[in-house]
Design a protein around this ligand. Structure first.
Ligand SMILES: NC(=O)C1=CN([C@@H]2O[C@H](COP(=O)(O)OP(=O)(O)OC[C@H]3O[C@@H](n4cnc5c(N)ncnc54)[C@H](OP(=O)(O)O)[C@@H]3O)[C@@H](O)[C@H]2O)C=CC1
Ligand SMILES: O=C1O[C@H](COP(=O)(O)O)[C@@H](O)[C@H](O)[C@H]1O
Length: 539
């Protein structure tokens, strides 16, 4: 997966932090430039749905970050495509502020990037419109004198138009001299049946090696780090199983509500929005066995083969393994409750919070609860994985009458990426009791130079797509297996068999959820984190 990419594929950093120039990459021997051949070829990127929010807020910034780092070929055109009437300049004006806000002081470079962007209007179901754009692109490509023209089609549109635009592309836009790749955004269906329909449509038009299903959580630094952490260290893997691990908790917390997306969110709910996809992908990376290879040309399928085995080992979640919540306005009235949003029906029972537990029934994990918690409008913004270890068998005999805290390995995905291991040491001084402290790797302080300008998840993923690396994209069979786990639960919820419990916005969520989680994971109430200070360093 792309974690492997970071190790094996990124340009060497020894002499300078800058990536090689396009000329250097093109001139490098074939093995050194593996995956970067596209830099010496011509590229057209068609952003379908260019007038929308996703294109503006996520796709355009990611493309800019690739441009800024010299990861896009010189002979390149980005074509924004949508139904609305717009000039090239109007699209550039719509995209510019987002780029300028994030990259202050780079106005000239942003303008140079935007000069590669044009806008073409067309219908999504019109092969003729799409062909018109690519006739024009072909002329550009030929004028460039390039023999190989690659094409990336970025679907920043709702799935209802995938079939139309997919057929139109197939009929009128495919390159005959280079590769054609499709980046497809979620939602990938709403349950098993609707996913099968989508899958049939896409597979009927494009081959699996042309299709890149994005789950942007797979592009996040800490998730990409998971394979390296697990398999490039000798100390974790022997402990990574039911004999040492008591529970795993995967937490997603947002401190904002649905913020104008109530219409979309209400027909999905938190389980579909983040659990069935982002958190399940994280679970698969945590629970999977070692892939045959985690870097190199063909590692993508080895990683995905292992992930899908984990998903197949999880039984569908039942209602009794789940607590749901829906946020109400906070006491200070600083935001409306979920159902007070104009775009949400007053009687909506869509969950904005859920806590659930599942088990991976295989020899490595049998009996270990994997808890997922996710919610909007909670007390903080945080995504983390917490692996709690069993208390050592000898602790009770060796430290009679003294509570020995359990070890925990925490991977904080965001904000402020960190990996820390709660570890017991003797209380310094004359006392002897074990005290929980942490072996702490905070990315912000250890990698300050790299983290300050860290590329977005989308930037990493689009680069993988350009390089033909699919490991950090979700495969069809993974999506199918993930839907199998969640579909019965979602259908039961929709049939009204369980209702969400109201919780106050900016709280921890329903108290019942904490009670439910505490059956599988008990936190250490005595642990206190002391951020490192000068004084600590002197001790
Ligand atoms: N490198 C770094 O930056 C480090 C930072 N720290 C910080 O120290 C603090 C404590 O760390 P840590 O012990 O790992 O995490 P917490 O004590 O915050 O959380 C431990 C677990 O207990 C749950 N929990 C927290 N409060 C309650 C509650 N009132 N009732 C029930 N469950 C609760 C949490 O769930 P939930 O997430 O839902 O609240 C989480 O699963 C955190 O803020 C952490 O970020 C610690 C070590 C290193
Ligand atoms: O896919 C989604 O993810 C975002 C959270 O992404 P992040 O990168 O900001 O952590 C979530 O807010 C949104 O509801 C969901 O659709």
């Amino acid at each position: 997966m792309a974690g492997g990419t970071a190790v094996a594929e990124r340009p060497p950093k020894a002499a300078s932090a800058a990536p090689p120039t396009q000329e250097e990459v093109a001139a490098a021997p074939a093995d050194a430039s593996a995956g970067s051949k596209y830099l010496a070829e011509s590229l057209t990127i068609l952003v379908i749905g260019a007038s929308g929010d996703l294109a503006k807020k996520l796709t355009a910034p990611a493309l800019y970050e690739l441009y800024q780092r010299d990861y896009l070929p010189k002979q390149m055109t980005i074509v924004g495509y949508a139904r609305s009437k717009k000039t090239d300049e109007e699209l550039r004006d719509a995209w510019r502020p987002v780029l300028v806000k994030k990259h202050k002081g780079e106005e000239d470079r942003i303008d140079a990037f935007l000069s590669t962007v044009i806008y073409r209007r067309g219908q999504y179901d019109s092969a003729e419109d799409v062909k018109g754009v690519f006739d024009e692109m072909e002329e550009r490509e030929q004028a460039d004198g390039q023999e190989v023209a690659n094409r990336l089609f970025y679907f920043a549109v709702p799935p209802s138009v995938f079939a139309d635009i997919g057929s139109a592309i197939k009929e009128g836009a495919l390159s005959k001299t280079g590769w054609n790749r499709l980046v497809v955004e979620k939602p990938f269906g709403k349950d098993t049946a609707s996913f099968e329909e989508l899958s049939k449509t896409i597979n009927g038009l494009f081959t699996p090696d042309q299709t890149y299903f994005v789950d942007h959580y797979l592009g996040k630094e800490m998730n990409q780090n998971l394979l390296v952490l697990r398999f490039a260290n000798s100390m974790f893997e022997p402990l990574w199983n039911r004999h040492y691990v008591e529970s795993v908790v995967i937490t997603f917390k947002e401190d904002i509500g649905t913020e104008g997306r109530g219409g979309y969110f209400d027909s999905f709910g938190i389980i579909r929005d983040v659990m069935q996809n982002h958190l399940t992908q994280m679970l698969a990376l945590i629970a999977m066995d070692a892939p045959v290879r985690a870097a190199g040309e063909d590692f993508g399928d080895y990683v995905r083969d292992e992930k899908v085995k984990v998903l197949h080992a999880i039984k569908p979640i039942t209602l009794d393994k789940c607590v749901m919540g829906q946020y109400a306005a906070p006491d200070d009235g600083s935001m409306p409750g979920y159902t007070e949003d104009d775009t949400v029906p007053d009687d909506s029972v869509t969950p904005t919070y859920a806590a659930l537990v599942m088990y991976v029934d295989n020899p490595r994990w049998a009996g270990v609860p994997f808890v997922m918690k996710a919610g909007k409008a909670l007390d903080e913004k945080k995504v983390e994985v917490r692996m709690k270890f069993h208390t050592p068998a000898a602790a009770a005999a060796m430290f009679p009458g003294i509570r020995v805290p359990a070890n925990e390995l925490v991977l904080r995905v965001q904000p402020n990426e960190a990996v820390y291991m709660k570890t017991n040491v003797k209380t310094p001084g004359l006392a002897g009791a074990p005290v929980a402290t942490e072996l702490d790797l905070s990315y912000g302080s250890r990698f300050d130079d790299k983290m300050a300008d860290s590329p977005s998840a989308y930037t990493r993923l689009i680069l993988d797509c350009l390089r033909g690396k699919q490991a950090a994209f979700v495969r069809d069979d993974e999506l199918r297996a993930a839907w199998k786990i969640f579909t019965p639960l979602l259908h039961d919820i929709e049939a009204g068999k369980k209702q969400p419990i109201k919780y106050k916005a900016f709280s921890r969520g329903p108290a019942e959820a904490d009670e439910f989680v505490s059956r599988f994971y008990k936190r250490d109430p005595t642990y206190e984190w002391h951020p490192p200070t000068q004084g600590d360093a002197k001790m």
